[in-house]
Every structure is written in C-alpha cells, then in structure tokens.
Design a protein. Structure first.
Lengths: 362, 362
C-alpha cells in the first residue's frame, strides 16, 4: 500500500526551507500530484493540492469531488470549490505570508505568476529537486506495480509476431499492441506505441503510419503499459519472414548482434554508486568500435532514462553527461540502438532495477 | 495544407512587443510546438523552436534530426545539437539582448529561470494569449482534420454495442475502443477512454476498471480519436439489455430525456457573438428546473470546452464564468450530464463548429 505520510516526510526533508507545498494540476497532470495522492482515477484539471504538517488539502471541483472522496488517503481533506473566486480566497487563506514549495519543473510560468499575485505567499521556492530525489528511488510497493507493468508489456510483445503478415500497416499493429495491453489488465499505453517497418526503424521516434509490412523486413516495436500510474518501456526488433541468404538480412543480424552485446555490456556496469554516464559510455564505445568502426556514430541517443510514474521519469539517466550516481531502487531503461538512415535500425530495450551489486532486468 | 508562415504572422500580430518567439518542448509536448511545426511524428523532448522574421530554427538532438528533416516546413532550419553546452550557446546567440515571447501557460517555471540565466534576453514576455487567440479559431484545414477525428470516433462508438455482454469489464471495453480507433486510421486516443458501468457513471471522470457489465445497466462511453494531431471528444450513454418495466430503467430514461433536451437547447444558443456562459446557463437552467427540480444541482460540470490539438484546447469555453464570445471557426463540446451518486449518470457529448448563425454538429 502507498504510505502517503512517508512520501510527505521524504519530500519535506529534502526542502527544509518550505513547510508547505503546493501542487497544481493542469491540463497535463503533474506526476507529483499522482505521487502525493495515489489517485488512479479522475482528471483533476485545475485542482490544487496543499500539503502542510502531514496533512493534505485538495481544492477541486464538484466534477471531481466524488472520485476524490472514493480514493482519498486518510489525511486528506477534499474541498469542492464552487467558483474561481472561492479558489482564489482559499488559496490565499492557506498560503498567505508563507514560504511555499512548488514543482518548478512542471508549474507553468503563468500559474506561478498568478499564485504570487492571488495568494501573496511570503516566498515561492522551487522544490522540484526534493520531489525528484524522493521519486527517483522506488519503494517496494512501486517496484511491484512496475514489475506488473513490465510483465504486461512483455506478454504483449511476445504475442505480437503472430499478427505479422504481408500488408498489415504499422497503425494496425499499434492497434493490436494497445488492445492487448488492456486485455492483459494494463491501464493503457504509457506512451503512444512506436511501430516501425523497414527503413522507418532508422528513426528512433517514428510514429506508426500506413506503411505496409513486406517480407524480409525489420519490425521495431517500442511500447509500454501503464499499471496503476506506473510505466514500463520495452523495445523488441524482429525480422518478418527473413530471407536468410539475403545481404539485407545478414546486415540486420550483424547490427542486431552488436546491439544485443551492447545491452549486456551496459547492464554489467549498472549498479549502485556508478555514475549514469558510465554505462552509456560502455555501450557507445562498444558500438563505435565493433566491426572496425562500421557503425561509429550510429548510436544516436542516450542509453537509458529513469522510469516510474512517467515513462521518462525523474532521477539519474544513463547518458553522456550524467554525473549523478545510480542508487539501489532506481529503475532505468537499458536501450542501445543502431540506426542507418535509408536502411533501418535495431533497438533492444529492457527496464532494469538497480541494486547494490548489479542491475536486474524487470 | 498547413501554412506555417500564416500561423507565424497570426501569432506575431497578437504580440507586437516580441519579435522573436521561443517554444520549448518538454516531457509533455507543448501543443504550440505542434501548431508551429505541423509535426505529426517524433517526440522532441528538450528541443527548442525559435521563430524570428518568418523563419523557424529548431534546436534538437541527433535522435530527432532525421524525423525533423522528413517533416520540416519550408522555412525551417534543423540543427542537431551535440551537447548541453552547445544548446546553451546557441540559445544565447539567438536570444541575447532580445525581447523573447514564450508560452507562459506551458513553460515550466524552472525552464523560464534557466532561459533567463543562460540566454540573457533583454526581456521575456508571456505571449500565451496570442497563441491561444490564433489557435482558438480553426483554419479550414484544421476543421478537415477535426471532422476526420470526429468521424473516426463516431464510427467506433456506433460499433461498441456489439461488444456489450454480461461479464465484460470496463477495461476490456476500453481495449475495443482503442483498437477500433486505430483500425479506422486514427492516431490513437485523444485521451484515455472513460468507460463507466452502472453507478460508476455517476463519476464523470471514472477510469475503466475491473467492473463487470450486468443486465439493465448504464454503459457510459466518453472517448476521442486523434487524427494528425487533432482531437475529437464524444460521449454516448446506453442501457445494456434494459428491463423496460423496471423502475431503474424508467429513471435512467427520464434522466436521458432531460440530458438530450438540454444538449439541444444549448446547441440552439451556440453561435458567433454569444458569450460562452450563455449556452451553459441555458442547459443548467433546463436541467435544474426539469421535473420540478428533481435533478437540481446534478449537472456538476461545465457544458463544454474548446477542442483542437488538445482535447481541452485553448479559447472560449462554455462555462458559468466565461465572458469571452464565441467566434466562427471555434470548435467546442456540447456535453450536458446528470449525475446521481450511488445510482449512475448520463452524459451526451458532441463536438460543434461555431458559425455566424448557428452551431453545427461535426
């Protein structure tokens, strides 16, 4: 179960200067709102969560009141605000003269300005770092949900090859991915699935379109499931009806082998205390030097990113400039790739949990 | 086709003070980034778009370079930035000493602070209003895409009843919705589908869970398709295998009749020059007074919101405090509902285009 009080004290410890936190939920929900409420249902656009002395006050609308009451943790008051004026006066009476911590990585500039004007706090400080540190190391309960999210997407991916056939489009395959995610009890996609056939796979973020599958062609599937707010993110690359004697197939397999090795080499270096830049460098060096540098410069993105509520979550990434260290309980993707424009690409991605001595695939 | 130059001049006209615009694309994409690029593929996390003198410069990463080059409009330079340092120095050389317009409704506070520090502009002004005004009135091309998005979701909804059966869960039905959206050539859901059975329908933003369908039960489906960046948002409420003699069914039908009338009454008042509060008030007055006030106070949300790239788009809404007027080319939802906690709810929603003399359902 989620222990909201524990989360509050974790975040508060990190930001000693502010004794009161404000989380605004806009059109796109601030993930910190989900983290600090545990809500898995509702939209809460325009709602505000105020946290003080271990208690939460949710200022929301009549529209969301019922769904908030159904889900609210013990130490939360839910107030259905009737008008913009009431919202303003409540914010003012809660925040006036105080030092208020906000999530500066999310809060839009214009909301910042209007809170300053409306609520007249003594001071507003950006406490995004405290949120990020708290969220970057996952609790055992969070790891359970993430394992579930991982399990769902892996089950989906393992079934995808049976849908491969000549003429199916990338969009149609994406439809099967999303259907199976929900069929296997996921709460939808954690991001729009990437489905790329043939040379489209050379573009790491290609969105599925009307491209039709042909024989001896790459099928790259990069997708994730949500499960109770938590994300997974896994990539598999296949060749549909390979012509094993063709030069094309041999080249794909050559690339596949390098990427597979790079993923394992990187994995071996992921553990607590290691800087995020290290596993990236290991993978990049390996790819750049394989086959006398035949694919040098073709690994065109970071090795990995933190995963949690957001598919690109907060915390230590596996990238060239990442100086922060990995800690036990962090979850990151390990996803090397090689991209050859005009030909295609291969990416293999798994989500891994950092422990003291190693990284474990989820 | 999209005329990006026309869009630039529309936005620039609205913000005479700034001659240069900066759109940062973060974890959640700023819709203005899509509006000003026309991109339908790629992620562009951490990219920056700078607009000056009718030209666009996209500072992005090697990861997104290929996909940007494939889609870029005529007057755009794409620069694949190699490091954080290069990003900083390029931003600085483009923005230093200038008055820079940003989208304050999106740009996170911490990004605002770091742009100020890194790029040393003369001044940063919030030009979100100019973007919002430009985007709120849809171009004919945008209306075409929105009609397509509407057509897809209506086709999906019309086929949903054939999946209704005893024991199917809300999540499973959501799976069918998303599958058909893509099957009918949509680019996925414009928001996670709301599927609510029975008393769950009393919560307007209920998320699909394991609830199983039973006979003589409400099925509320609120969902939307994306088509080339544009959204639709339509709600239908059904009764599965009604027991036409039951009190429950009669009550649902009574509520349904009121909501249906309210939607039409509101629609009749939607036209150019009318304040957004007017249609809302018409619907609310009708619902509150029907059957001698039996459902007074049970319409617990706004009548409608603007729709466009975002499903909750920018511009004039249909809500109690909306003083702005409707204009030809605006698109809004018309979605009254009645919610009885512990019993259920009915909502009917269509997207309508505002014209000089009337509103037309899409």
């Amino acid at each position: 179960m989620i222990d909201i009080r524990n989360r509050i004290s974790k975040v508060m410890r990190g930001s000693a200067a502010s004794r009161i936190l404000l989380i605004n939920s806009g059109t796109n929900q601030d993930s910190n709102f989900l983290y600090m409420t545990g809500f898995t249902s509702g939209v809460f656009e325009g709602s505000a969560l105020i946290i003080e002395k271990g208690y939460e006050t949710l200022l929301t609308s009549k529209l969301e009141e019922g769904i908030a009451l159904e889900q609210k943790p013990k130490h939360m008051d839910v107030i259905a605000v009737k008008s913009r004026e009431e919202m303003r006066s409540r914010l003012s009476s809660l925040l006036k003269g105080k030092t208020v911590g906000i999530n500066g990585n999310y809060l839009p500039y214009s909301t910042y300005i209007s809170i300053k004007r409306i609520a007249k706090p003594r001071n507003i400080i950006d406490t995004s770092k405290s949120f990020n540190i708290a969220r970057s190391v996952k609790e055992p309960y969070e790891l359970q949900l993430m394992k579930k999210a991982n399990h769902i997407i892996k089950k989906v991916l393992s079934e995808m090859p049976k849908f491969f056939k000549v003429g199916i489009t990338e969009k149609q395959l994406a439809a099967h991915v999303e259907y199976l995610i929900r069929e296997y009890n996921g709460d939808g996609s954690s991001f729009p699935p990437i489905v790329a056939f043939g040379k489209n796979a050379a573009l790491p973020h290609h969105m599925p379109d009307g491209t039709k599958l042909t024989e001896n062609s790459i099928v790259l599937l990069d997708c994730g499931a949500k499960f109770e707010n938590y994300s997974s993110d896994v990539t598999r690359t296949y060749v549909f009806r390979p012509d094993k004697k063709s030069e094309k197939y041999k080249r794909i397999m050559e690339i596949y082998g390098i990427v597979e090795n790079a993923q394992r080499i990187a994995l071996d270096s992921i553990r607590s205390g290691v800087q995020g830049s290290v596993p990236h460098a290991k993978a990049e060096e390996y790819i750049d030097s394989a086959y006398d540098g035949r694919y040098e410069g073709k690994f065109i993105h970071s090795l990995g990113h933190p995963i949690g509520i957001d598919v690109h979550d907060v915390g230590t990434s596996l990238s060239i400039n990442e100086e922060r260290e990995l800690k036990p309980g962090m979850v990151v993707s390990d996803e090397p790739g090689i991209y050859v424009r005009g030909f295609g690409g291969v990416r293999i991605e798994d989500d891994v949990i950092v422990t003291a001595n190693e990284a474990k695939m989820m």
